[in-house]
Design a protein around this ligand. Structure first.
Ligand SMILES: [Zn+2]
Length: 323
């Protein structure tokens, strides 16, 4: 990267010129930030990050641009609002608000008039703007519905704040009652932990033990139904990770929201067989459906080069399905 000014130039510069120069640098930073946000919004709308093998915008920004988590979060949050609220970008470009204030405004957009929101935060510190926006929300009744806020408190602690409808409140109270033998104090952290562990034991593939291969013998390869055992095996083979690989050879790193996909669709004669199934994250499964891009060859040739996560198990299964 080329230096804008040599260090020596700063030392010999009169104070007024220094401020003037710094102001110019800030101005350029704002302009490049706004250009960046517009570019990011376009990438998001067109799904370009998915085609390149990134599971989401966050990973693209982290790996390609080396931005910190907070920076990425604010940029994505604002970029996603630009399509419907272009005034946000105008306020950023004009210097009325900075990125932090723009990010703070995002949850309030559409709930209050733009001019009202802008007057709450323009020229304010983060703390002042936060208070003004909260006060504004209290003046006007906000729509019903669950809202949530997760805050990192440092160390191993997080704070969750939820606004929930009354029926959910009653259901939670009933759960607390039923769990009174396990969580005698009825403390919500204990209740939540019990519920989460129960759900994960039932649904998280990482927590499940591979079933016997015998369980897969009775299924039709022309059926859309994928037996639980076969699904588990496919997940193990993929290393519990999306198998999308971009044209440049980048494999998607997503390990959550994984679906099983027929490489050659059933409707076009494909079968529910080990060699015609792959694991895709929700985003790449949708991308494949949307664009009708079939990465059949890409996947099948690359797949052979990858080391299977549970080779002996896979081989055992393939013998059964092919034989
Ligand atoms: Zn993916």
């Amino acid at each position: 990267m080329v230096r804008t000014l040599p260090v020596a130039a700063w030392h010999s510069m009169p104070a007024y010129d220094m401020i003037h120069t710094l102001r110019g640098l800030c101005r350029r930073e704002v302009e490049s930030l706004c250009d960046f946000l517009e570019g990011l919004a376009t990438i998001d709308q067109k799904g370009i990050h998915l085609e390149l093998g990134f599971p989401n915008l966050f990973e693209l920004c982290r790996i390609e641009f080396g931005l910190s988590e907070g920076c990425i979060y604010r940029r994505i949050q604002v970029a996603r609002k630009l399509r419907h609220y272009p005034e946000l970008l105008r306020a950023l470009r004009s210097g009325d608000i900075n990125l932090t204030l723009a990010s703070m405004l995002c949850p309030y957009l559409g709930r209050h008039a733009w001019e009202t929101l802008l007057s709450c935060v323009r020229g304010q510190s983060k703390r002042q703007a936060c208070k003004a926006l909260r006060d504004l929300d209290q003046q006007v009744k906000t729509p019903d519905g669950p809202t949530s806020r997760v805050q990192y408190l440092g160390g191993e602690r997080y704070s969750y704040r939820l606004r929930i409808p009354s029926h959910l409140h009653h259901q939670l109270e009933r759960v607390r009652e039923l769990l009174s033998h396990q969580v005698p104090e009825g403390e919500w952290t204990g209740i939540l932990e019990t519920l989460v562990q129960y759900y994960l034991r039932k649904n998280d593939p990482h927590e499940q033990i591979s079933p016997s291969p015998d369980l897969w013998l009775e299924y039709s390869s022309t059926s859309r139904y994928i037996p639980k055992g076969l699904k588990q095996l496919l997940l193990e083979r993929s290393g519990f990770q999306c198998q999308y690989i971009s044209a440049e050879g980048r494999r998607c790193s997503q390990t959550r929201y994984l679906d099983i996909d027929h490489i050659h669709p059933l409707a076009r004669g494909g079968e529910t067989r080990m060699d015609n199934l792959q694991v895709l994250c929700r985003a790449h499964n949708l991308l494949k459906g949307d664009t009708a891009i079939t990465h059949h060859n890409q996947f099948s040739t690359r797949e052979k080069k990858e080391k299977p996560a549970k080779e002996t198990f896979s081989q055992k299964f393939q013998k059964i399905t092919k034989g």
